[in-house]
Structure formats: C-alpha cells, structure tokens
Design a protein around this ligand. Structure first.
Ligand code: SF4
Length: 274
C-alpha cells in the first residue's frame, strides 16, 4: 500500500529549498533580486529565515504567500536522506531540480485528495485515489525517477479528473449559475477589481479567473471552482469559502480576509488576516 506524503510544509525538516532553489525578482513581493539555485541573503545557517516575523514589513510578501505543499521536507529527508546541499554541495543542483518537480506532484496530490472526497461518483473516487497513489509513489521515489517524470502528462490526467468532479459538484448549484450577469464570474474571466460582494456565487466556475483586488466580501462561494484563480489582494472578509472547490493555501495567503471568513479545514488562516 502506497504511503501518501503529508501536504503541509514542515520547515524545520527542510534545507530551505524554497529559499534556495527558486529565484525571484525585485518587485512588490520581493525586496531584492535572487537568482534560482542561490541562497537568499536572509537565510540563516540553520536554514531558518532571519526575518520570518517581519517578512511583509521588510518587503518579502511573496515569501508569506508561497507554500511547498510539503515537498521540502520529503526531498530533504527522504530523497536526499537528510544530507543537506551545504554538507554535500555536489547534490545541490539535483536537490533543487527534484524539489521543483516534487512540489508540482504534491500540488496535484492536494487537488486529488479534494476531488476524491467531494465526488459523489464512486468510480471517480477510485480513479482519484489510483492516480493519487501513482503520483505519491513517484514523489517518494529516488531522484533520477523523479527527474524522469513526465509532469505534463500527469498534469493533463489530473486536470481531466478535476474537471469531471467539478462539473459534477457544481451541477448541484446550476440554478445559481443562470443569475450570473453578462461579463460576470465564469472560467477565465477578467474580474480584476470587480465588486462581487454580498452575493451567492455557489457553483460558479471561476477556474483560472483573474480576481486580483476583487471584492467578494460576505459572499457565499460554496462549490465555486477556484482552480488556478488569481486571488492576489482579493477581499474575502466575512465570505464563506469553507466548501469552495480546489482552494489552496497559497491562494488564501495572497488574498485578504478576516476572522469572519470561513475556510476549508485544510486551510490555515494567514497571520496577516489577524
Ligand atoms: S526572506 Fe526568508 S523566507 Fe524569504 S526566501 Fe529569504 S530566507 Fe526564505
């Protein structure tokens, strides 16, 4: 029986792979330029972040949004058996490359776990579980197997299954959809800055929608498909996201909300909402 890895980051067991493997550019999200495969200047010798409690005021908002879905500790402790890129510099390039793949695999596992739980169709639940176990086996394999993974093909399989479950779950709310105004919420819509507050958006398809800075305060997003929606600065104060579809921690971290915002059990309320 395949063990499915935990999808929550355990930073204490990680060799700061997000702070080294990934690059970022100076912007509203990052105060400095940092090329990929280099250590961030704020990284301490024990792989912790020296400004962890002050990331936003110091201009590193992007670090408070990122989430590795638990890939960091798996790559550090399992794939590379607890030997860091500092202790074995020859492993650094491979470790960083593996991290980027495993992070994508873990993100797929996140979505599949929800699809398996939300579907009403036993066959779809079995298919989600089977695909999830196959991906978990790959993510927990050795470095060469991970680097040889056809990630695009897995993405396509996962995408098809997620869409089937989404259509099934949202169908229960089809009556709500017909009230959406022209140019209103739909898959891929550009709703940047739109005022969508105080409404029922149950079952609406917002997959890939641009909701940057949109106002969804006090709205009900039950069964709304938010897969890949851009939620940077989206206002969710008092909104009900507890049964939204395919919501992730990075999306919530990038959004705004308050104590009244209802979130799914797997999602943690971001510190900056307090
Ligand atoms: S600022 Fe801190 S959390 Fe962000 S990349 Fe640097 S060390 Fe990591």
């Amino acid at each position: 029986m395949t063990t499915k890895p935990t999808l929550r980051p355990e930073c204490g067991d990680c060799f700061a792979l997000c702070c080294t493997a990934l690059g970022f550019a100076r912007s509203a999200d990052f105060a400095v330029d940092k090329p990929a495969a280099t250590a961030c200047p704020n990284m301490a010798e024990d792989f912790s972040c020296a400004i962890h409690q002050r990331l936003r005021p110091r201009g590193f908002r992007g670090c408070t949004v990122f989430d590795c879905f638990g890939a960091g500790q798996v790559v550090s402790q399992r794939t590379f058996a607890g030997t860091s890129w500092v202790d074995d510099p020859s492993s650094a390039a491979s470790m960083f490359a593996v991290f980027k793949v495993v992070r994508q695999l873990h993100e797929m596992l996140w979505y599949l776990a929800e699809a398996q739980q939300r579907t009403f169709d036993p066959d779809l639940a079995v298919a989600a579980d089977g695909l999830s176990r196959r991906i978990a086996t790959t993510a927990l394999g050795d470095a060469s197997a991970i680097l040889g993974t056809d990630v695009e093909s897995l993405h396509a399989e996962v995408r098809t299954l997620l869409m089937e479950v989404s259509e099934e779950v949202r169908a229960a709310y089809a009556a709500e959809d017909k009230d959406a105004p022209d140019g209103g919420p739909c898959a891929g819509a550009d709703l940047m800055g739109a005022d969508l507050a105080n409404q029922r958006w149950c079952g609406v398809d917002l997959r890939g929608a641009n909701l940057i800075g949109a106002n969804l305060s006090s709205s009900d997003l039950t069964a709304a498909d938010l897969l890949g929606a851009d939620l940077r600065g989206t206002q969710f104060s008092g909104a009900d996201l507890s049964k939204a579809l395919y919501l992730t921690q990075p999306q919530v971290n990038a959004a705004e909300g308050d104590r009244r915002t209802l979130l799914p059990p797997r999602i943690t309320t971001p510190d900056h909402w307090e």
